[in-house]
Design a protein around this ligand. Structure first.
Ligand SMILES: Cc1ncc(COP(=O)(O)O)c(C=O)c1O
Length: 389
């Protein structure tokens, strides 16, 4: 992987150390240019002139094809969304719930999983079963913990592919097969998935996978994609109704609802410029080949973990090795407040990381475009913080 070439497309981050792709990745010039040129095209030629409308349609259908290549699924199984949380809501509000149904989730989750689930509990009488995961759990432990609460009452099992809090990579296919044995559906929050690790919806065995454009793909905000397994599309009811709901209706109130097409969830006008930026981002990621990107992301994490483990006062909360690892690393520095440390790292050293409140830790994302020099810079800055405490 030619990092010098990749960095030449990201001049925006040369005067800082950007290690927060797990929140939002910096868009390279090819993404910025795609958004800009589409916006200019629309504004100079009239956004609804026939050729421009047709080309907007093409951008949307191309986007589904690109996602289908990234996810190894069919374009007809892809819904273009605004972000991960949007997709999670489409599934949770679209499934046919009965009082007494159970939803299984775990205690490392992001608010985008927790809050929609809490809302379901209070609005639909659904019971939540929370799995507790110890930080040193391995895949087998995690599978067993899920298996111990999945029963015939379980309607849905939902969890993040990679936990935002510690970077723990979950045993998705193992949990999915336990869930499927009792007829439950599996929804994965894939906020940290695309552009970070290789994805294959068939190998993962999930029913629904919700993902963003703005993180590891380095796309713009407000772009996402939701995978819905084709045979499950009819089971879901759109909770918000827009243009895609029916193509056959009259002024007397009669309408025929679309049931089998994923387009039934489409609302109304969406941004072709942002989608063009997303498409440019996915195209580039596909051209680098995901296994190569994943390898580099994980190699950088290893270097970071090795260096951090020798720093006085540092406790790494993320898995140290094995299939549980991802390119997110969360750690605490003894006696140092993570919120204040994050601000200091920016102010003193122009380093961007984030604090994880639930773990009282600092989280670092090592993405393929980052360099070993940047990791060394961070580790030196952490040594300084640790010395001054
Ligand atoms: C695991 C996880 N889920 C959900 C989200 C929210 O993602 P989005 O802003 O795409 O809805 C994040 C963002 O940080 C995340 O890490």
């Amino acid at each position: 992987m030619d990092i010098i070439k990749i960095r030449s497309l990201m001049p925006n981050i040369n005067d800082m150390t950007y290690l927060n792709t797990g929140w939002s990745g910096p868009s390279p010039v090819y993404v910025v240019d795609a958004i800009k040129s589409r916006l200019e095209l629309e504004s100079f030629n009239g956004p609804t002139s026939p050729e421009i409308l047709e080309s907007a349609q093409k951008i949307m259908s191309e986007s589904k094809v690109l996602v289908s290549r990234l996810f190894n699924c069919q374009p007809e199984e892809v819904m273009l969304t605004d972000n991960t949380t949007d997709g999670i809501n489409i599934i949770l509000n679209g499934l046919p719930w009965k009082p007494g149904d159970e939803v299984v989730l775990c205690d490392l989750e992001h608010p985008s999983v927790l809050l929609p689930a809490y809302n379901l509990q209070s609005s639909k009488g659904v019971r939540l079963r929370m799995v507790s995961i110890d930080l040193d759990s391995n895949h087998n432990d995690i599978r067993q913990s899920f298996a111990s609460v999945i029963t015939g009452r379980t309607r849905l099992v939902m969890f993040s592919h990679i936990q935002y809090s510690t970077g723990l990579r979950m045993p998705v296919s193992a949990i999915a097969s336990v869930a499927h044995k009792v007829g439950a559906r599996v929804l994965v929050d894939g906020a940290q998935g695309p552009g970070h690790i290789e994805l294959d919806m068939n190998a993962l065995g999930v029913d629904f996978y919700s993902s963003p454009g703005q993180k590891w793909l380095l796309g713009p905000d407000q772009t996402g994609a939701l995978f819905i397994r084709h045979n499950l599309i009819p089971e879901l009811q759109p909770s918000r109704i827009g243009f895609g709901f029916s193509s056959n209706f009259n002024l007397e109130g009669r309408f025929e609802a679309v049931t089998n097409s994923i387009d039934k969830f489409s609302m109304s006008t969406t941004s072709a410029p942002l989608r063009a930026g997303y498409n440019a981002a996915v195209t580039k990621i596909l051209s680098h080949k995901m296994p190569e990107i994943e390898k580099r992301n994980l190699e950088l994490t290893k270097i970071l973990k090795n260096s951090l483990s020798s720093v006085d006062g540092v406790k790494i909360l993320s898995p140290l090795e094995g299939a549980e690892c991802s390119a997110l690393t969360t750690f605490q520095v003894d006696g140092v407040d993570s919120d204040k440390a994050t601000l200091k790292l920016w102010k003193n050293d122009k380093i961007v990381v984030r604090a994880i409140e639930s773990q009282q830790g600092i989280r670092v994302s090592t993405a393929f475009f980052n360099t070993e020099d940047e990791i060394n810079r961070l580790v030196d800055a952490i040594k300084q913080l640790s010395k001054k405490r």
